[in-house]
Design a protein around this ligand. Structure first.
Ligand code: FE2
Length: 152
């Protein structure tokens, strides 16, 4: 099994515990959507698209596993670590890179490592493109404007 499929299986098992169909759909669309955007941004910025995809798949996993979004970045990073370690398919360096990106992804006003910034940007792209007739939220607006300048 390849590494992305392995992580997708982990995510899918968690998603399948969500009994409400609407919540299940929202979670799946968001995690897979952010994963795709993160992959694309990695390709554009010369980073590893596989690690970007993994970051997107795992970044909010704690929220969807527990229904509690408090401190979800740090909690999702902990779950990401056990997923990636348990798979035996990722190096220690890769696990640290993904977990740091997941841990930092709510801190959108700060600047972190390039992979961390990819994940924050992919999250904002999904928020803004999920329904383009909605205005970006105040916290996403500056980052969204920078992304439009980069991608246009
Ligand atoms: Fe997210």
């Amino acid at each position: 099994m390849d590494r992305i499929t392995c992580v997708q299986n982990y995510v899918n098992r968690l998603l399948d515990t969500i009994s409400d169909p609407g919540e299940h759909r929202t979670a799946a669309v968001h995690l897979y959507g952010v994963a795709g955007y993160a992959c694309l941004l990695c390709l554009r910025r010369g980073l590893d698209p596989e690690l970007g995809t993994v970051c997107g798949l795992l970044h909010d996993i704690s929220t969807y596993a527990t229904g509690d979004s408090r401190q979800h970045a740090g909690r999702s990073a902990g779950m990401a670590r056990s997923c990636l370690k348990g798979s035996g398919m990722f190096t220690q360096e890769e696990i640290s890179a993904v977990c740091n990106a997941v841990a930092h992804h709510s801190d959108k006003d700060a600047q972190h490592e390039p992979l961390d910034e990819v994940l924050k940007d992919a999250d904002v792209i999904h928020h803004c493109l999920h329904n383009p007739s909605h205005q970006p939220s105040e916290k996403d607006a500056a980052r969204w404007q920078r992304l439009l300048d980069e991608l246009r």
